[in-house]
Design a binder for this molecule. Structure first.
Ligand code: PEP
Ligand code: MG
Length: 882
């Protein structure tokens, strides 16, 4: 196998579609080189070498040495410089590059090849002794940190000491002699702490750095990041070795990062930041405040734009922006460096963007003829939509703005302020909403950012670590908030007008405006018009799977219709029983000693249920509505606290003893497997009769008086055997016929069942002889297939997921191998006896993108999910087809 891929001077061994082998960075460096963009020459060591390295106890495959040497020679020839040469030395960067971007997770070494001899060559080449020694000391700092495991702070401390000694504040005030002296001091300190010499031999340096990059694949932050982003450990990273170009050789030098369109709004203009006379990570690190790339983007108070300062390079870069978008047909995130007026491209990749930007860019690119509708649909991840479907700050709500930063990732978030990632994680685990406040974030903070509702930083730009990572996570973020003085020691920050926010105080962030607000602010529902509507129109054109909603009230139904629901897949009637004005009648029914007493109480509930159904049918305007008959065990409707029991005895006119006796009688050891679902309907047929009557009367009234066309779908829960369904169906049919006769109308109706017990799935062919539709209740089906209690799983399921005993929480994403197999089997069995049977899913999985795709594959007719997830399911259903 070939281990090393060369790129340089218009020729490259690799291509953009070789990301698996070359990593994202390497593949795109090769691609940019081939299409004639100015890329400093270099080579990529493949991800396969990384995988081999870990398989073989950290040993490289035979032949790698020779390939690296040969490719280094080619770079030397192109650059006219020699690695390790005293007169004209070549310096290189060594960087990681995985298949999927893992920003800041792994290690980088710049200026490699410097030693006491080659530094003389750099002085001669650049004519700038100060620059040369500055580069040298940066190299010693990075290399000793990344490769040798030296404590960064120890060298930082020496640097601070130096500045103090010289009475200066800025690095830029130090002279060549100062840097030279620091290089010596750094090396001495490294020797002292590590008992090891800093390597002078460039070859030793090179292999040290290559080893460190491969090693960083298994560091803790990288492992955490992979887990959060579902990146397999066996993908490995590539290593990119590339000749150095310098953005810090004077005022005709610069370095920057940019997006070909605005990554937070999607607006079509060049968006980026750069710094004059700066090297490598300075922009992203957020230490100096970067300047805008173009005038359109420039705001009051900003430093001059690149368009003004370096107009020629800007024009060239703007041209490259067009070339890249035409070539990749997607928004790009680029890095560049200008060395003495000459522009070099160091990276391009598809840019991370907010959901809002993803939609705008996809729709715009169709209009611009760059991509087609199908590609546009695939550009937006279903899970990303979540960000848009949630409320934003109510513009009319009063708010006390205490600071303003950059609108780094939109949405609104409120929570209590915390100042460390660990604290954020801890409190979030206990169910608290927190805002993580940091001076700036680093890859070590990932777990805390993940746990927080929102992220607030005092330093850094739109491309800072916090901004990029938050956008990727779809989290609200306000970055670079210069108004803040964060004090970690006292766990507090001072904002405008001296307002102090301490740990535990409530704050709200508006990631769309950059505002930081005291307290918690009211929110408003999302806007679903414009580009969002356009994209969803395309989505509906391509998908086959219908999307319904789980809704129990007319209001939920209305919201779901606005989100595009095509019916109700699950109306849980028990929620209606809990309402204040009817719970008493329900309790009266439960406490009744005989049928007569129960019927009397049920008669009070009937008109209320009927009213609910009328409201829901009206709202759904003839779309299908599946109503499930009562499911939970009766004890759930009775009070448990002594004082509530006492109060109830008074209203219901029973003795405390009678009531306590009833509560005890209804107590169940395992209520999820107890007296619930169809078992209630069988033992108390009058309950289901009342509900069926309410459904049919509601439908008949609307059909008769208001000209509706309604096909009610009556759903019976927790069926295990066909005999249960047979009996309940007969009861229901009798009630339906009676109601229709009394109204003098004839309407179609369906009686079906949930498939939520393994036995039902296993005997679905028998059950389908009675059932006119199946709706998979995958919540209970997951619970009963795993033998895992839904309500108790929180105590141990997170452990299962953390330790990879389960790839994912099976209550969130359908377990396709186990529970999914039952679903698939039940579909096939059901269709074998009733080919036209309607099939749907109404468990929580109906709104989970991966599960929706599975549902499409097994041939369900629809999925049903909570109103806010309807657009997510629609998009996932389209992805399933494309
Ligand atoms: C299910 O079990 O999947 C279901 C939808 O019913 P519930 O969640 O009400 O038990
Ligand atoms: Mg259920």
């Amino acid at each position: 196998a070939k281990f090393v891929y060369f790129f340089g001077n218009g020729e490259a061994d690799g291509r953009a579609d070789m990301k698996n082998l070359l990593g994202g960075k390497g593949a795109n460096l090769a691609e940019m080189t081939s299409i004639g963009l100015p890329v400093p020459p270099g080579f990529t060591i493949t991800t396969e070498v990384c995988t081999e390295f870990y398989k073989n106890n950290s040993a490289y495959p035979a032949g790698l040495n020779d390939e690296v040497a040969a490719n280094l020679k080619r770079v030397e020839q192109l650059m006219g410089r020699t690695f390790g040469d005293a007169v004209n030395p070549l310096l290189v960067s060594v960087r990681s590059g995985a298949r999927a971007s893992m920003p800041g997770m792994m290690d980088t070494v710049l200026n490699l090849g410097l030693n006491d001899t080659t530094v003389q060559g750099i002085i001669a080449q650049s004519g700038d002794e100060r620059f040369a020694y500055d580069a040298y000391r940066r190299f010693v700092q990075m290399y000793s940190d990344v490769v040798m495991g030296m404590d960064k702070e120890a060298l930082e401390h020496l640097l601070e000491q130096k500045k103090e000694e010289k009475g200066v504040h800025l690095d830029t005030d130090l002279t060549a002699a100062d840097w030279k002296d620091l290089v010596a001091k750094f090396k001495a300190r490294i020797r002292e702490v590590l008992g090891q010499e800093f390597p002078e031999d460039p070859q030793e340096q090179l292999w040290g750095a290559i080893g460190a990059v491969f090693g960083s694949w298994m560091n803790q932050r990288a492992i955490t990041y992979r887990k959060l982003n579902n990146i397999p450990a066996d993908w490995g990273t590539a290593v990119n070795v590339q000749s150095m170009v310098f953005g810090n050789m004077g005022d005709d030098c610069a370095t920057g990062v940019a997006f070909t369109r605005d990554p937070s709004t999607g607006d079509n203009y060049f968006y980026g930041e750069y710094l004059v006379n700066a090297q490598g990570e300075d922009v992203v690190a957020g230490i100096r405040t970067p300047q805008p790339i173009n005038l359109h983007q420039k705001k009051e108070g900003d430093l001059p734009a690149m368009e003004e300062v370096l107009p020629e390079c800007y024009q060239q870069l703007a041209g490259i922006r067009q070339i890249l978008e035409k070539h990749y047909k997607d928004m790009q995130d680029i890095e560049f460096t200008i060395e003495k007026g000459k522009l070099y491209m160091l990276q391009t990749r598809n840019g991370k963007r907010t959901a809002c930007a993803a939609i705008k860019i996809a729709v715009d690119m169709v209009k611009e003829g760059l991509i087609d509708e199908k590609a546009a649909i695939l550009r937006v991840q279903p899970s990303q939509l979540d960000q848009l479907l949630h409320p934003s700050l109510d513009p009319k709500a009063p708010k006390k703005i205490i600071a303003k930063g950059l609108p780094a990732s939109p949405g609104a978030a409120a929570g209590t302020a915390v100042f460390t990632a660990d604290e954020a994680e801890l409190l979030a685990r206990n169910g608290q909403k927190v805002i993580l406040v940091r001076i700036e974030t680093s890859p070590e903070d990932i777990h805390g950012m993940h746990a927080a509702q929102g992220i607030l930083t005092a330093r850094g730009g739109m491309t800072s670590h916090a901004a990029v990572v938050a956008r990727g996570m779809g989290k609200c973020c306000v970055a670079g908030c210069g108004d803040l003085k964060v004090d970690y020691a006292s766990q507090s920050f001072t904002a405008r007008h001296g307002v102090v926010i301490k740990k535990g105080d409530l704050i709200t962030l508006d990631g769309s405006t950059g505002e930081v607000i005291m307290g918690e602010v009211a929110t408003v529902p999302p806007q679903l018009t414009g580009d969002f509507a356009t994209l969803m129109e395309w989505v509906d054109k391509y998908r086959k799977l219908k999307v319904r909603t789980n809704a129990d009230t007319p209001n939920d139904s209305k919201v779901a219709r606005e989100f595009g629901a095509e019916g109700i897949g699950l109306c849980r009637t028990e929620h209606m029983f809990f309402e204040a004005d009817r719970i008493m009648a329900v309790r009266e029914m439960i406490l009744a000693e005989d049928l007569e007493g129960r019927e009397k109480a049920l008669a009070k509930i009937l008109p209320m249920q009927k009213g609910d159904f009328i409201g829901i049918f009206r709202e759904m305007k003839g779309l299908p509505v599946t109503i499930r008959l009562l499911d939970p065990p009766l004890h759930e409707f009775l009070p448990t606290e002594d004082k509530d029991i006492e109060a109830l005895t008074k209203t219901l006119n029973v003795t405390t003893q009678q009531l306590k006796h009833k509560v005890e009688f209804l107590h169940e050891f395992n209520p999820m497997l107890g007296h619930r679902g169809c078992r209630l309907g069988l033992t108390y047929p009058e309950i289901y009769d009342m509900q069926v009557q309410a459904i049919m009367e509601a439908a008949c009234e609307l059909v008769k008086n208001e000209g509706f066309s309604i096909v009610p779908e009556i759903m019976i829960p927790l069926i295990a055997t066909v005999s249960e369904l047979k009996e309940l169906k007969a009861n229901a049919v009798a009630v339906c016929e009676e109601v229709m006769a009394s109204y003098g109308v004839k309407l179609e109706y369906l009686i079906g069942t949930m498939i939520e017990l393994p036995r039902a799935a296993l005997t679905a062919d028998e059950i389908a002889t009675e059932a006119e539709f199946f709706s998979f209740g995958t919540n209970d089906l997951t619970q009963t297939t795993f033998g895992l209690s839904r309500d108790d799983a929180g105590k141990f399921l997170p452990f299962y997921v953390e330790t990879n005993l389960l790839p994912e929480d099976p209550f969130v994403t359908l377990d396709q191998n186990g529970v999914g197999k039952l679903v698939k089997m039940a579909c096939e069995l059901g269709r074998s006896t009733r080919p036209e049977i309607k099939l749907g899913i109404c468990g929580e999985h109906g709104g989970d993108p991966a599960s929706v795709i599975f549902c499409h594959k097994v041939g369900l007719d629809y999925v049903s999910c909570s109103p806010f997830r309807v657009p997510i399911a629609r998009l996932a259903a389209a992805h399933a087809v494309l």
